[in-house]
Design a protein around this ligand. Sequence first.
Ligand SMILES: [Zn+2]
Length: 418
Amino acid sequence: MTSLRSINQEDLRNHNLSVIIDSILRAPTPLSRADLAKVTGLTKATMSLLGGMLLAQGVVRETEPDASQITYGRPSKPLAIAPGRWAGIGLQVNTDGYGCMALDLSGRPVNTVWVDDDMRQADPDDIFAKLDCLSRPIESGLAEDGYRMVGAGLALPGLVADGKLLLMARNLGWERLDLGRFRLVRRLDPVVGNEAKMAALAQIPGYATPRPAPKASNEGASKPLTPTDSFIYISTDIGIGGAVVRGGAVEPGDHGFAGELGHVSVDLNGPTCRCGRRGCLETYAGRRALVEAAGIAGGDDAVSPKAATELYRRWQEGDAEAADAIDRALDALVSVMASAINYSDVDTVILGGFWSKFGGVLAQSLQDRLASQVLARDRIKPRVMMSKEARQPALKGAAEMGLRRFIGDPLSYFDQQA
Ligand SMILES: [Zn+2]
């Protein structure tokens, strides 16, 4: 009886610590212990005890209270996530390269290494061995700096089943890949997922790192997302993926395959896609399709990073063929965005990856074109934003998946003597 009781109390304490950390991450401004007690529903005594534990373990630090908030008496010091102690590792293999990132729980990227590579003939064993070599010095660097690595995530450009099987990544030519065969995967035991879903996670403020403080002068700017907002994420490179985030959570679908917006068809007589269908969004707005349509390169050369840079350069210089290709791709993008909004009743679209390089002006133009295509246009005003994480958002999302392991189960990472 005694041991059962103590186990339950331990679980309860772990749960409460997790709720407190989440509350701190998601708050727009740092909260005092009294504020946290209100937000979490914990008693002041419990909050004080658990706040002490989080301080002692280096999860939080005390900050100076905002002078305007002090009305009388001794000010209560707000708690913020402390940097320098807890880190997650993000790993990614994509169609434009591969890389690794260490992310501090405070939101600071500690170290990021990305290798731009032509992934056409990429051999999985070779790529995972290279990724292992990239990750090891980052991990040892973390340990030298006094970090505890709490977990890892791995983002892949394809369908991932049951967390350890890559069913297919057509643009890499990989199929039915048992990820457990790679030393890196066995060593770090990462949470494995589809890159678009991980990139979508990286857009959710407060998901695993602190929500950015509101800017003083935000008038005129697009309202920033909150931790419980809904949005459609479209991830773009050679392939196009997607995710629907509803109320701050990615909708996985029954089998984990939801959100594949790159394979929504916009023309039954369109080009044949690698998936076998005709007129998929990917065949107009994917990086390879764009480069080919702009007459820059064909065949295997169309997927080289150089060709994409050339496309961007020609578009900026007003080259007619490049402008036409981009325009057709925009039509396809707007059509799929409108279909996705009509289908899901989510009014915000975030565009990430290759297309986010084209910047805010293009987002505005997409938004303007979208307005007239949404069925409920009299009631909702769709908005289009570019991903804030311009470089490899899925890599950050993967690192956040690693950090979530700690946030969901903090007690098992704590030093017992502290
Ligand atoms: Zn397709």
